[in-house]
Design a protein around this ligand. Sequence first.
Ligand code: COI
Length: 356
Amino acid sequence: MTDIAITRTTSPKQTPPDESLSFGKVFTDHMFLMNYEEGKGWHDPRIVPYAPFTLDPACCVLHYGQGIFDGLKAFRGRDGQVRIFRGPDHAQRLNRSAHYLCIPELDPALVEESFRALVEVDERWVPSLAGTSLYIRPTVIATETFLGVHPSHSYLYFVILCPVGAYYKEGMNPVRILASDQHVRAVKGGLGAAKTMANYAASLYGAEEAQKAGYTQVLWLDAVEHKYLDEVGTMNIMMRIGDEIVTPALNGAILDGITRRSTLTLLRDWGYRVSERPVSIDEVTAAAKAGTLEMWGTGTAAVISPVGELGYKGERYVINGGVTGALTQKLYDTIIGIQYGTSNDPYGWAKPVRRG
Ligand code: COI
């Protein structure tokens, strides 16, 4: 594999106290960079001191949004060892997003190594308090300078790291979500399955409205009929209705979440009846009224996040008495057990950063 050149900072920053960590505000000492030019391919992988970029104002990502990213985490185990959760799966998903955005494919082994090598260089930044981790943000932006709509001929791949605590201010307490029949995030045949900036931009207006109404997030419904659940934008949505576990099928408008996948694997191995299928909002509100509903979100940032209340068409539906359900708690405990190395990892999901 191509060697990664490493230039270490001469002025390391002070790391923040673990107790002070929220999400996405503090960045580490180094970043990973690699460039692409047509005819030359991806080249010059390197770790350098964290610093702002200089970008030409005509750089095409700034005008036409040709960019993708991903998000994964490294955890400091109770044994002191740092492990990355499902790095190869995130590298593959980055390439699937690249495909949707007409971005040239990256070598998945080099992408995985970019995570590992950067976390190793900034290992002292991995927090150890329960619930904290080091968030890894790989990103690709189109860098050619032109005005006009066509795929760029040059790109920058970069990875930055930030020590984080819980994503939602509620922590592991149940969140309230609003099913929107007004706004849409993505439509089948569009970019919904890609982790691209456009999907997050599309979610802002609806999310502001939901927050004004007292909700944490929007539950996006399908863009055609406004009838079927898609996802929450910051997480996939999953529920238990009676004895069936249900989550919306990957229909092209939904992100193929890695925590979603982990959760489905666990549930199937535990013997649950699991369905990936269209789920209508009417089915969900009926189950909430009947008291047969437990609901949670899955995501790298959100981990497993219980949903305590659902808003829809002016009604508020309290779910599972507004408290964290037993299955939600079991999923959370199992996943974080694997991430922090305190439970068995039969799937080989958490890989140590240090070789040998
Ligand atoms: C993630 O879960 O990694 C995401 O990218 C979601 C984002 C809201 C932080």
